[in-house]
Write a protein that binds this ligand. Structure first.
Ligand SMILES: Cc1cc2nc3c(=O)[nH]c(=O)nc-3n(C[C@H](O)[C@H](O)[C@H](O)COP(=O)(O)OP(=O)(O)OC[C@H]3O[C@@H](n4cnc5c(N)ncnc54)[C@H](O)[C@@H]3O)c2cc1C
Length: 381
């Protein structure tokens, strides 16, 4: 069959590859002038540092199948994400761990002592936390909430933590040991030559044609037997039911000599400091040596038409519009929606790859059986 993949991010590339390997002819069209979607990396022209153009990306997974898959296409180097935060004029370790707690309260507590200390601070009158704020007050108490969660969340989501669901904050977002590894996954690594080289290798198959700087038009669809849509779900329908809300990010680039902040990611928890974080990209490739350094100062705001959509908001209003789009999509034929934009969900890279691999298997079986292909192999709701 002639398959059209709209989008050359991980979803489009992994699905396109699997369908080409199954013998289908695949055309991938990509609106941007590069592959890899939001994982795109490129060398900064001034410093030579590999930059994560759409924000920092650390690969981490517990899925051995996904790990085998990515290491087929790229050499990876071990990489642990160790994030710091600047709050109230001091630098702390994240996620909030025993070091953070001891430093913040000026104590030298052992794990059990710290646990008992935090339990005393927790607001146990909140029996069933409904909002992010209630969840935080219930499990971490007011001081840690104000310092490490409140300001950052307000800046990131543009609203009060009172208006966000409790589920956003994990049950107990604290560690009572000195483990500052941001992720708990078995495989954590960075592709040595960047993500874009990896995605280019995935797309490098005789059955795949890639067209960059080529936004989707109806003509493309008319020439295909089936469309894999990895762009925004609402954009497929020309936003006819309204625009699904996203947060977008702005990156202000600056350069310096040597080492500017001493780590890859420095968060800023204070509400008055406009940025949510600063990323110093050279620290993502500690095996490389560069005299210069390049940093991105990151701020978050509501996504307007023409902006890059980053984080789906998925509050009550958006979910209601999403369910209308899902109903509309389910009435269509010849198109399958995949990926973070196609299903309006935040997906880590490993989950994106797993879903694309599983969806491809379903699609190949459906095509072989002459059965209708699923519209949503992974339901957005
Ligand atoms: C700030 C940020 C940080 C992240 N950090 C991490 C991390 O550390 N670790 C991790 O595992 N994951 C991380 N992620 C998640 C990661 O970015 C996603 O898992 C991944 O990008 C999803 O790939 P995708 O192909 O579904 O979507 P995308 O990468 O968005 O690809 C979709 C592509 O479709 C193209 N497109 C859209 N519409 C059209 C059209 N009409 N015509 C043609 N092309 C079109 C777009 O240009 C884009 O290239 C992060 C995400 C964000 C937002």
């Amino acid at each position: 069959m002639d398959i059209l993949c709209v989008g050359a991010g991980l979803s489009g590339a992994v699905t396109g590859r699997a369908l080409a390997e199954a013998g289908h002819r695949v055309t991938v069209i990509e609106a941007r002038d590069h592959v890899a979607g939001n994982c795109h990396t490129e060398r900064d022209p001034e410093t030579g540092v590999m930059v994560h153009v759409y924000g920092p990306h650390i690969f981490h997974t517990d899925d051995p199948g996904v790990w085998d898959y990515v290491t087929r296409f790229a050499a990876f180097r071990p990489y642990k994400n160790r994030v710091k935060t600047t709050v109230g004029g001091a630098v702390y370790s994240l996620p909030v761990n025993l070091h953070t707690i001891n430093q913040f309260f000026g104590r030298t507590m052992r794990p059990d002592e710290a646990r008992a200390f935090i339990e005393e601070k927790a607001d146990t009158t909140i029996a069933d936390p409904q909002s992010f704020e209630e969840q935080a007050l219930r499990f971490v108490g007011p001081e840690l909430y104000e310092a490490f969660f409140k300001g950052y969340t307000e800046k990131q989501w543009g609203c009060s933590p009172r208006d966000l669901p409790a589920a956003i904050l994990k049950r107990l977002p604290l560690r009572f040991n000195y483990d500052d590894d941001y992720f708990a996954h078995r495989f954590q690594a960075m592709p040595e030559a960047g993500y874009t080289a990896m995605v280019a290798a995935i797309l490098d198959h005789p059955g795949i044609d890639v067209h960059l700087a080529t936004p989707f038009t109806e003509d493309h669809a008319a020439r295909a037997d089936h469309v894999i849509w990895t762009g925004p779900l609402d954009a497929y329908f020309d936003h006819r039911l309204g625009r699904l809300g996203y947060r977008t990010l702005d990156f202000e680039r600056f350069t310096a000599r040597g080492d500017w902040q001493g780590c890859a990611v420095m968060n800023y928890g204070d509400r008055e400091v406009p940025q949510t974080r600063i990323t110093e990209h050279k620290h993502f490739a500690p095996w490389e040596v560069h005299a210069g350094t390049v940093c991105y100062r990151e701020t978050s705001r509501a996504c307007e038409p023409g902006d890059t959509p980053y984080y789906p908001i998925r509050l009550v209003e958006e979910k209601s519009m999403l369910s209308d789009y899902v109903a509309l999509a389910e009435g269509t034929r010849g198109v399958t929606f995949l990926g973070r934009l196609g299903t309006y969900r935040y997906l880590d890279m490993d989950v994106t790859i797993r879903e694309a691999l599983d969806a491809s298997e379903t699609l190949v079986s459906a095509f072989e059986a002459g059965a209708p292909a699923p519209v949503f192999p992974h339901p957005p709701l």
